[in-house]
Design a protein around this ligand. Structure first.
Ligand SMILES: Nc1nc2c(c(=O)[nH]1)N[C@H]1C(S)=C(S)[C@@H](COP(=O)(O)O)O[C@H]1N2
Ligand SMILES: [Mo]
Length: 199
């Protein structure tokens, strides 16, 4: 089925589609709860806390004044759609890590989003190419459905780890399964190894 649906692709495109995935041209919306708001609340902030030398708290205006970068990334949802060459703009994770300076004891990060949604990652996963705190998609502010005003983007793992409506990153000395990881989904979530479920 995956092969049939992928047969119109170029060689280059085909090589970028992980096993069991098919390409979409639209941008599907997947979430548990939907957008928490259409405008940024007055008390909105983005925080970094836990095992870091320099914890942070930024308003949205402060966040968008930080160094920013554009990234063109392929994304892969565990429900089997992938999308190539998605265009994001925001704060590069490399800059954020340099700024907050994780303690040597920090091994894992939990992304905290609105309404209690969380996703966990090994700290090293944040050091991979392209990872960013995105506030624009395709040259425009994120749509409410896609995480306005801020989302995490980690293209190397299934897209559930890319928390929409992101409010903070917690640096930890141990792992802590996130929303889907507690519900049977893979902790590591590598789409090239089809790590969809824990068992
Ligand atoms: N806060 C939050 N972030 C979330 C989700 C969610 O339910 N809540 N769903 C995840 C899942 S399963 C996917 S596939 C992507 C979908 O992002 P999109 O709706 O922009 O395509 O967001 C992820 N981030
Ligand atoms: Mo997903």
């Amino acid at each position: 089925m995956g092969l049939f649906r992928n047969r119109g692709l170029s060689e280059d495109e085909r090589a970028r589609v992980p096993p069991g995935q098919h390409l979409v041209r639209n941008f599907p919306v997947l979430d548990v709860q939907g957008p928490p708001y259409q405008e940024i609340p007055d008390d909105w902030d983005f925080r970094v806390w836990g095992r870091v030398a320099a914890p942070q708290r930024w308003s949205f205006d402060e966040l968008t004044a930080l160094p920013a970068v554009g990234e063109i990334l392929d994304i892969h949802c565990v429900t089997s759609w992938s999308k190539l060459d998605t265009s994001w703009y925001g704060v590069p994770m490399t800059w954020l890590l340099d700024t907050v300076a994780p303690d040597p004891s920090a091994t894992h990060v939990v992304a905290h989003a609105e309404a209690g949604y969380t996703a966990n990652l090994p700290l090293d996963a944040l050091r991979a190419p392209g990872v960013l705190l995105a506030y624009e998609y395709d040259g425009y502010p994120l749509d409410p459905e896609h995480g306005f005003p801020l989302r995490l983007v980690v293209p190397q793992v299934y897209f559930w780890k890319s928390a929409k409506w992101l409010r903070g990153l917690e640096f930890r000395t141990s792992d802590l399964p996130g929303f889907w990881e507690r519900r049977g989904y893979s902790n590591s979530a590598d789409p090239w190894r089809e790590e969809r479920y824990a068992f």
